[in-house]
Ligand binder design. Structure first.
Ligand SMILES: Cc1cc2nc3c(=O)[nH]c(=O)nc-3n(C[C@H](O)[C@H](O)[C@H](O)COP(=O)(O)O)c2cc1C
Length: 184
């Protein structure tokens, strides 16, 4: 058994996909600034930083973005989020783009996934609930936030104070996904 005395491991346990937010409790702007600052510090291939974070806090706009995330019967809970971080994929730098082509790897999407981890862990560290959303009406959200139509929204982070208890994680067994020194 792995010791859980490490504070990062405790934070990783604490972060969960929250799907029940307190719609009456706003998040202070300074807390949102700290969360996006953590996202900005995330590592990326060749330090390309292929992202732009749009933080949505205005009440009416949040309502509309929530509707855009509540898509084909999924993600209705987002209607109660009080803020969103919309992650727009930007062009990576030349080295990362060449590297991605050469190695046939989508470094930009990987980078944005890592940024999403930073954002959600930073939210957890502020005791703010979050959920990463990959399923949404992209065109509607682009229109609402004036994001150029040729850009992609990779992920949206829904935020709010959670009304859920901390769940224990459902994960594959340690030995089935981890091996030391050889693939086993
Ligand atoms: C790329 C990505 C996209 C996701 N999209 C959604 C989504 O659209 N709706 C949702 O409710 N959860 C979404 N999730 C959350 C996952 O369902 C969740 O992380 C997973 O079930 C593990 O649960 P946990 O986050 O509570 O540990 C997404 C997670 C990731 C990483």
């Amino acid at each position: 058994m792995v010791s859980k005395t490490n504070s990062f491991l405790t934070l990783a346990e604490l972060r969960q996909s929250d799907r029940k937010f307190d719609a009456t409790r706003p998040i202070a702007e300074e807390a949102l600034q700290r969360i996006v600052s953590a996202g900005r510090l995330a590592p990326s291939a060749c330090n390309g930083q292929p992202w732009h974070f749009v933080v949505v806090t205005e009440k009416q706009l949040c309502r509309e973005v929530g509707k855009g995330l509540n898509y084909l019967g999924m993600n209705k809970f987002c209607l109660n989020a009080v803020a969103y971080i919309v992650i727009v994929k930007e062009s990576a730098n030349l080295t990362s783009t060449i590297g991605a082509k050469w190695k046939n790897k989508d470094f930009s999407s990987i980078d944005i996934g890592i940024a999403a981890s930073y954002l959600t862990l930073a939210a957890a560290s502020e005791k703010i609930g979050s959920c990463i959303i990959g399923w949404f009406n992209e065109n509607k959200i682009k229109e609402l936030l004036k994001i150029p139509s040729n850009k992609r929204i990779e992920l949206v982070i829904a935020l709010g104070y959670s009304l859920e208890n901390n769940r224990s994680k459902k994960r594959k067994a340690y030995n089935s996904v981890i091996s030391f020194n050889k693939y086993d």
